[in-house]
Design a protein around this ligand. Structure first.
Ligand SMILES: [Mn+2]
Length: 362
């Protein structure tokens, strides 16, 4: 007997996206509501018996009217059972949508700090869970142990494995839990499938990145669990990725060309940050450049960390270590026979000067 599930966490619906202009932020919020439909379709097409929403489904304890509507609509369409464990952002309280919305019958919301159990005999499993009821919680598991009678024991919970005050889950909690698969939320970077004792656990990460600290593909886990075995498959769900690139402008004819070396092959629906490094004698106007390149990304952020190019040989006649180093390298440059050799010498001079300057500064 095995159970198929979709494991999602940390959608943070209605996030402000306040680093984006308002029209792009509201577009992102709309797309995240659409992500609920995508997840519903995914659950149905994969014939998931259960969908775990392991906390921070909402970014706060209130939600936009449109979001409540989209949530109920998407949940209604899901063929399997849905479990929601409120987290530290969307903790259960009387003003929460979890308290006043009319959820469909296939949805169970954990509302108490005490671990609660829902039996699903038709699936040969039971699902345990608990809720945050304020924005932090020392530990929800305490001395919890699941029943041991051969049924598959699952848990949907928001918490921090070996972490801090956001429902700290220790190795000892895992070992004594008797849970076969713990569907966790809270950590936004996806974890691989892990195991403590007989308990498997994983974080799917957030299904859509919300900043440059959440870069790359984001998604959910589709899984199958039986007694003693769990398989997980990562499925990307993010409509847009946050991507960051560092580009050394030194060997490009212009800073724009340097940017294009990345943007030409980047995905135009992504949110892209390019950090320019290296040396240039160009006066960089980031605002103008950003406008010029705007079509290459949904949103483009440029950062200038370049140094102004100057005459590398200006210390050539100095009676210092730097002077004698430069004279040596100048002779090597004269002796170089190919363009490649000359480029290597010039790179060595640049690196050495940078290193010498750092020493002087420290
Ligand atoms: Mn959280």
């Amino acid at each position: 007997m095995s159970v198929k599930f979709l494991h999602c966490a940390d959608l943070h619906l209605d996030s402000p996206f306040d680093s984006l202009p308002e029209y792009k932020a509201s577009c992102m919020r709309r797309e995240m509501r659409e992500l609920l439909n995508f997840i519903a379709d995914l659950a149905n097409s994969r014939r998931a018996d259960i969908v775990f929403l392991s906390g921070d489904l909402l970014d706060s304890t209130v939600s936009y009217y449109e979001t409540s509507d989209a949530l109920i609509e998407a949940l209604e369409r899901i063929d399997g059972k849905v479990f929601i464990s409120p987290g530290n952002h969307d903790y259960f309280c009387s003003m929460s949508p979890y308290a006043y919305l009319d959820f469909p019958e296939n949805v169970h919301i954990f509302k108490s700090q005490t671990v609660e159990c829902v039996e699903l005999p038709e699936l040969g499993c039971r699902v345990y869970g608990a809720a945050f009821i304020q924005n932090d919680s020392a530990s929800l598991l305490n001395a919890f142990t699941a029943e041991d009678d051969g049924m598959i024991n699952l848990m949907c919970i928001h918490g921090n494995v070996n972490g801090d005050s956001y429902n700290r889950i220790t190795g000892a909690n895992m070992l004594s839990s008797g849970i076969d698969y713990m569907a966790l939320g809270h950590i936004h970077a996806r974890s691989e499938l892990s195991k403590a004792g007989d308990t498997f656990f994983a974080y799917p990460g957030c299904p859509q990145g919300r900043g440059f600290d959440e870069t790359g593909d984001k998604g959910v886990y589709f899984g199958e669990v039986s007694k003693g075995d769990v398989r997980l498959e990562f499925i990307p769900t993010c409509r847009r990725r946050y991507m960051e690139y560092t580009v050394d402008v030194t060997d490009f004819p212009s800073v724009k060309e340097a940017a294009l070396s990345v943007l030409a092959s980047a995905a135009s629906e992504d949110i892209i940050r390019i950090v320019f490094t290296g040396e240039t004698d160009e006066e960089i106007n980031l605002t103008a450049l950003c406008d010029e390149l705007a079509d290459y990304a949904f949103h483009l952020v440029l950062k200038n960390k370049t140094h102004h190019r100057r005459d590398l040989w200006e210390g050539l006649s100095e009676d210092t270590l730097k002077g004698s180093f430069l004279r040596l390298m100048h002779r090597r440059l004269d002796a170089a026979e190919t363009e490649d050799e000359r480029a290597t010498v010039m790179a060595a001079v640049r690196y050495a000067l940078a290193a010498m300057e750092n020493r002087e500064e420290s």
